[in-house]
Each structure stands twice: as C-alpha cells, then as structure tokens.
Design a protein around this ligand. Structure first.
Ligand SMILES: CC(C)(COP(=O)(O)OP(=O)(O)OC[C@H]1O[C@@H](n2cnc3c(N)ncnc32)[C@H](O)[C@@H]1OP(=O)(O)O)[C@@H](O)C(=O)NCCC(=O)NCCS
Length: 191
C-alpha cells in the first residue's frame, strides 16, 4: 500500500520521528476531550504505542494525516482502522486532528472521505463504523457530512471529567457509499 493522496490531505505510514508531535497532542486537554485517552502520556508510553502499532497487520497500522502547505506536506493528525471483522467485512475507524489551528477548515471532512474510500475500495469493507461522545458536536457534524448514519446510543457509557457521557454509534454501509457516488468528491488519486 502506498501513500493515499487527496487534494489537500494525504495519509501515510507513521514514523518514529512523528512521536514527539503526537505526544504533545495526546496531552492537550482540548484535543483529548473527545478521545478515549484521558490520562497523561509520556514519550515512553508513546514509544510503546508505536512499537505495538508496528506489530499489527498492515491494514491496522496508523495512518498519519498531512496537509498540503504550498509544495510541502505538514503533519496535522493521526487516523486508522481497527477491530476488523473479516467475515462481516466490518471495521471501526478513528481520527484525531491534533493541530487545533486547522480545526473547522474542512480537513476532517476530507480525511474521513479518504478513509471511507480506502476502507471500501481498497480494504473491501462492507461496513465502517465509529464511536463518538455525544458532546463532540464538531466530530458528529463531520461524520454526518460524509454520510455516517446514526445507529444507536450507549447511555452514560463513559465517565470523564466528573460526569457520564453517552456514546453514539455511527456507520456507513458500502451500498450507501456507492449510492452517494463519492468518486465525485474532487479528491485526486495522485499527488
Ligand atoms: C473531530 C475532527 C476530526 C473534525 O475535523 P475538522 O477538520 O475540525 O472538521 P471539518 O472542518 O471538516 O467539519 C467540522 C464541521 O462541524 C461544524 N461544527 C464545529 N463546531 C460545532 C459545534 N459546536 N456544533 C455543531 N457543529 C459544529 C463545523 O461548522 C463544520 O460543519 P460545516 O462544514 O457544515 O460548517 C477534529 O476536530 C478533531 O480531530 N478533533 C479532536 C479529536 C477528536 O475529537 N476526534 C474525534 C473523536 S470521535
């Protein structure tokens, strides 16, 4: 598998040299408020996470998000697929744009569109799902925009920052992806 290119973003394999940036993001309360990560993470924890991640099957390895700045690419986040069920052809997807300065500029929407295309057209999945905290309105809006459908709500399923949160399940089926004809998304296949 090679780098997955969109018009403004690309998805590439993670390098050890990315870890310094990742550790900053996963310790930033504004970034982690919507994530399952909530305890402080050291660079040693991050190294361990990376070493484990590199042992996973290729399709489960992290996909680092770069955005195009002039002729260069700059890292803004991390994403990936996990919990594959190859009989049901289903997997969970996750995304973190750690660079807060680029939130609300459409990058999350572009990345999720690329991830869906990758999941359906390269990994040949039939169902791509995710879990999101009910308070994470920006994330929910992003997922709705690219075609995720609300599936259900796990009430008070997590406890964070002194209160319980509901967790929403959302998914896209291959038939919905095909019907929405995401090939017209303006995302090129070459750099
Ligand atoms: C969630 C995340 C991936 C979204 O990426 P992004 O690049 O900021 O999102 P986009 O700009 O593509 O789209 C955001 C949409 O949410 C809307 N939005 C922002 N804040 C909102 C709010 N409080 N309520 C409702 N909608 C909101 C924006 O207006 C935009 O919708 P629009 O295009 O219709 O105007 C990114 O912010 C992120 O990674 N955050 C930190 C980690 C995280 O929460 N990850 C998700 C875990 S499930």
């Amino acid at each position: 598998m090679s780098i997955i290119y969109g018009r403004r973003v690309r998805l590439r394999g993670a390098e050890r040299s990315d870890l310094e940036t990742f550790v900053e993001w996963v310790n930033d309360p504004e970034v982690t408020v919507g994530l399952t990560l909530f305890l402080p993470m050291s660079s040693v924890d991050e190294e361990k996470w990376f070493d484990n991640a590199m042992q996973r099957p290729q399709e489960e390895k992290p996909l680092v998000i770069d955005r195009k700045v002039g002729e260069d690419w700059r890292v803004i986040g991390n994403s990936g697929f996990f919990d594959f069920d190859w009989v049901a052809r289903s997997a969970e997807v996750g995304i973190m744009i750690g660079d807060k300065t680029v939130w609300n500029q459409g990058y999350g929407t572009d990345v999720m569109t690329l991830l869906l295309r990758h999941g359906f057209e390269t990994l040949n999945l039939n169902r791509i799902y995710l879990r999101v905290y009910a308070e994470n309105k920006r994330a929910i809006r992003t997922y709705e925009k690219v075609g995720f459908v609300h599936e259900g709500r796990m009430r008070q399923a997590v406890y964070k920052h002194g209160s319980y949160s509901d967790v929403l399940y959302m998914s896209v089926l291959r038939e919905e992806w095909n019907a929405n004809n995401r090939r017209d998304d303006g995302l090129s296949r070459a750099p």
